[in-house]
Design a protein around this ligand. Structure first.
Ligand SMILES: C[S@@+](CC[C@H](N)C(=O)[O-])C[C@H]1O[C@@H](n2cnc3c(N)ncnc32)[C@H](O)[C@@H]1O
Length: 280
């Protein structure tokens, strides 16, 4: 994808300008979302028009004008050119997803992570995805593991609606169960003691929901994929800091770290980490 952007812009912009743009864009289906650095703000129309003219699969260009924010983790977008719509289709690991980039969270940058976890699932697992969004993780896990069941919770009604649609689209509606609501309340009321595995893909806040994640496990045993944002001076140190973060938050439980890794850098010296923890 990076080379697409570089090629599209190479006749109009300098190498330095392209490098600045390169680190901050997403292509989701036929939509490009790009962060424009302050020094290139005056050239945003040229950037948008160049992208839409040169990349044939793109129909819409948005400028991202806020960070991901609020409970629903959405970002503010400013329409730049093309067809003014926020709805698109995105393909990943043999699955197809309807996405609304304005009303729901979605990041193609978690693709490797979703595939990694899908390869860890054993037979007949029952998984609770506490922060499921439009169902990307849940559906890929279900598609790759034909006998697992995934309870897919999200508090954003638009994300839950898309999860219902996407489950049907990928023919896993009998095993992906979308549930609208707050993960804590849903687990308390419906999912206590059900799961062999829990996904917690809400790095900003996952630590506040650890008691609910443990409550959802069968006999307090199973695997938790715990996401966090870790401040650290380097990627390497982030894994060590991540271990300390796990200890701080899981010290009242019996746990073992199976593995831990940096998923991506999300800001200057801030890393998104995921730790796979066995609870026993
Ligand atoms: C970072 S997104 C994760 C999306 C998804 N896992 C993916 O890979 O695309 C976090 C999601 O958690 C949802 N959320 C935030 N707080 C929640 C809560 N207390 N209970 C349930 N869902 C919540 C948001 O609406 C958002 O869709």
């Amino acid at each position: 994808m990076g080379s697409l952007l570089k090629n599209a812009l190479k006749d109009v912009f300098t190498k330095e300008e392209i490098e600045k743009l390169y680190s901050s864009f997403d292509i989701i289906g036929d939509i490009i979302i790009i962060k424009i650095p302050d020094e290139l703000e005056g050239k945003k129309e040229i950037i948008a028009n160049t992208l839409i003219n040169k990349i044939k699969t793109v129909n819409t260009v948005f400028q991202q004008i806020s960070s991901v924010q609020g409970e629903y983790r959405t970002r503010k977008l400013c329409f730049l050119t093309g067809s003014n719509k926020s709805y698109t289709e995105y393909k990943e690991h043999g699955c197809i997803f309807k996405v609304d980039v304005l009303k729901t969270y979605f990041s193609p940058r978690l693709s490797t992570e979703r595939l990694r976890v899908s390869k860890m699932i054993s037979n007949n697992e029952i998984i609770v995805n506490m922060f499921a969004g439009i169902g990307t993780y849940s559906i890929i896990l279900a598609k790759k593991n034909p006998d697992c069941i995934v309870y897919s919770i999200d508090s954003n009604p638009d994300a839950n609606d898309l999860c219902i649609i996407n489950s049907k689209l990928n023919k896993v509606q009998d095993r992906v169960i979308p549930i609208l609501g707050n993960a804590r309340t849903i687990i308390d009321n419906q999912l206590k003691g059900k799961a062999t595995r829990i996904l917690m893909p809400l790095p900003e806040q996952a630590s506040e929901f650890i008691d609910s994640a443990i409550a959802a496990l069968q006999n307090n045993k199973g695997v938790i994929h715990y996401f966090a944002h870790i401040k650290s001076k380097s990627k390497l140190d982030a894994v060590e800091e991540g271990k300390i973060n796990c200890h701080k938050n899981f010290q009242c439980y019996h746990y073992k770290i199976i593995s831990g890794r940096v998923v991506r850098e999300v800001g200057p010296r801030i890393y998104q980490t995921v730790f796979d923890l066995e609870i026993f």
